[in-house]
Design a protein around this ligand. Structure first.
Ligand SMILES: [Zn+2]
Length: 189
């Protein structure tokens, strides 16, 4: 199973969300999350939104390498696609509120991992559980200083053709109780 966590950042660093700006900030994030979901195609499936993040997964058993390539291409393309959508939203508003004026500060980060998960159904909600689900979330806290990036764990990136990794750099992060995790960091242009 492949796991992808998209996270939109930028607002909290620049503006204080108060009642006046909250509705417009929320609207901008909603449109951008919608854009991410539209840009994510088979084999990626949206599991749920988590605040300013979207959590997706993909069944990869039938052809792991082919699925990994499709996922990597989509995720890498979504970063510049997100930038273009941000520019479109910023250009489409004349509202002077903090949320609208700071749309251009919004950036997309993505973490991609491969591992084992279990599905748990509660009411109409399907929840993914397991250590690899925890890992993909914890990886959002890392030492990569870039404002936008795609991070792929070794477990995922080893499914890709080495040529696809040429533009990335190796990063090692250490997490309590998880030990060191080797990652590939991409800065899609
Ligand atoms: Zn506004």
């Amino acid at each position: 199973m492949a796991l992808v966590l998209f996270d939109i950042s930028g607002y909290t660093e620049f503006i204080r969300l108060n009642q006046g700006t909250l509705a417009h900030a929320s609207e901008a994030i909603a449109q951008l999350l919608e854009h991410i979901v539209e840009g994510a195609d088979f084999p990626l499936v949206l599991n749920k939104f988590e605040g300013d993040a979207a959590f997706m997964y993909a069944e990869t058993q039938s052809d792991e390498k082919r699925a990994a390539l499709q996922i990597a291409q989509q995720v890498l393309a979504l970063v510049p696609g997100f930038r273009a959508k941000v520019a479109e939203l910023a250009g489409g508003t004349t509202c002077p509120c903090d949320a609208c004026q700071n749309i251009t500060n919004l950036r997309l980060k993505a973490v991609v991992h491969a591992g084992d998960v279990a599905f748990r159904r509660i009411r109409q909600f399907e929840e993914l559980t397991g250590e690899d689900v925890i890992i993909v979330h914890r990886l959002l806290k890392n030492s990569v200083s870039a404002k936008e990036y795609v991070l792929m764990t070794e477990a995922f990136s080893e499914l890709l053709d080495p040529a696809m990794l040429s533009g990335s750099r190796m990063v090692t992060e250490v997490y309590e109780h998880l030990g060191p995790i080797t990652l590939r960091a991409f800065s899609p242009t």
